[in-house]
Design a protein. Structure first.
Length: 158
């Protein structure tokens, strides 16, 4: 997992939560729209000065954004114990049907998983009492990982 991608995801999530455009934030942060877009997509590393300016433009403390990034990284570090690599054989425990992911807090303590059988992108959902993870395989080069930890949601796309 690339740090610049997680930072970009955190910045984009904050901007979109405020219903602001890239142009509005780039103007307020005094950075080009294209460069801000590349930072949000994880294609460019933001310097500490630029990151501080973007956070200020978003009305967020740098520490808040870095805390979100830290939480996402911590969640991702815990995931290998829950998920299996794409193409790896699934164990019988992971193949058990899961309860509704929205009700993950009321589910059993052992992780459960299901792989959707519908056509199109494949989605695998794993849930336990504290963490619900959905992995959506949109193609060979795009997989979206959504991890929900009560009560906040962390989204990471790769």
């Amino acid at each position: 997992m690339l740090l610049r991608r997680v930072i970009g995801d955190a910045l984009r999530a904050r901007r979109q939560a405020q219903h602001r455009t890239l142009r509005e934030v780039s103007t307020a942060a005094n950075v080009s729209l294209g460069y801000l877009s590349e930072i949000e997509r994880g294609q460019k590393e933001a310097s500490s000065e630029l990151l501080a300016a973007i956070c200020e433009a978003l009305g967020a403390a740098l520490s808040e954004v870095l805390r979100d990034v830290s939480d996402t990284l911590a969640t991702a570090e815990d995931l290998p114990r829950v998920l299996v690599p794409v193409g790896a054989p699934e164990s019988t425990q992971d193949a058990a049907p899961a309860s509704d992911p929205a009700a993950a807090g009321a589910g059993p303590s052992a992780p459960e998983a299901r792989l959707s059988s519908r056509s199109g992108p494949k989605t695998k959902v794993t849930a336990d009492a504290k963490l619900s993870v959905a992995v959506r395989h949109d193609g060979p080069l795009r997989t979206t990982l959504r991890a929900t930890r009560n009560p906040r949601e962390v989204v990471y796309a790769a």
